[in-house]
Write a protein that binds this ligand. Sequence first.
Ligand SMILES: [Fe+2]
Length: 193
Amino acid sequence: MPTRRHFLISFVATPIVLPKLGHAAALPAELPLTASCHEDGEPTPAQTEGPYFTPNSPEKQDFAFDAPGGEKLTLAGYVLTRECQPVAKALIELWHADESGIYDNVGYKLRGHQFSDTQGKWWFETIVPGIYPGRTRHYHIKVQRPGGKVLTTQLYFAGEPGNQRDRLFDESLLLDVWATSDGKFGRYDFIIA
Ligand SMILES: [Fe+2]
C-alpha cells in the first residue's frame, strides 16, 4: 500500500488537469489526484468559524510535532475559481482539535496557514482531529484569494456516526479520504467566488 508521502508526491507531480464544467462526473475514477470541479460550478459553502479561531497563525504546513500521538493525515487539494481555473497565492488557513478533541487556545498547535502554488495546490501534514461534545469530526479552514473575500468553512469525514446529529454538517464539505500504509490522505478542492 502506498504511503502518505507517495500520495503527496503524486499529487504535487500531477499536472493540473481541469475538467470542462459539466463533465466533472465523467472523470475516470483512477485519477483521484486531478482537480475536481463541481458540475454546477457552485462555490464551496461557507460555515461558521466557531469559537476556537485564533488570528495571526504562523505560516506552517507541517503540524506533525503538534500532536505526535494522533493518526497522521495529509490534507491536500486545489483552490479553483467557479470557472475551474487554479488560484495561485491563495491563503489557506487550517485549525483543528487534537486527537482528544481539544484545541490549543493558548498557542498555535494545530494552527497554521500557507499559500497555494502556481497550480492552485496546497497541502498540510497533520492528524485526524478528535471529536468533542456537540460536534462531529471536522477541520476548520479559511481560504482567501489575493485581494478577495475570506471563505470560512469546515471539512468533514464520511461515515462518522456524528454527522447526522451535527446541524452544521454538510455533505458537500466531505473530504475524499484514502487509507495509506502510514495514515490517511484527504482531498478537498475549494471553489471560490
Ligand atoms: Fe471545531
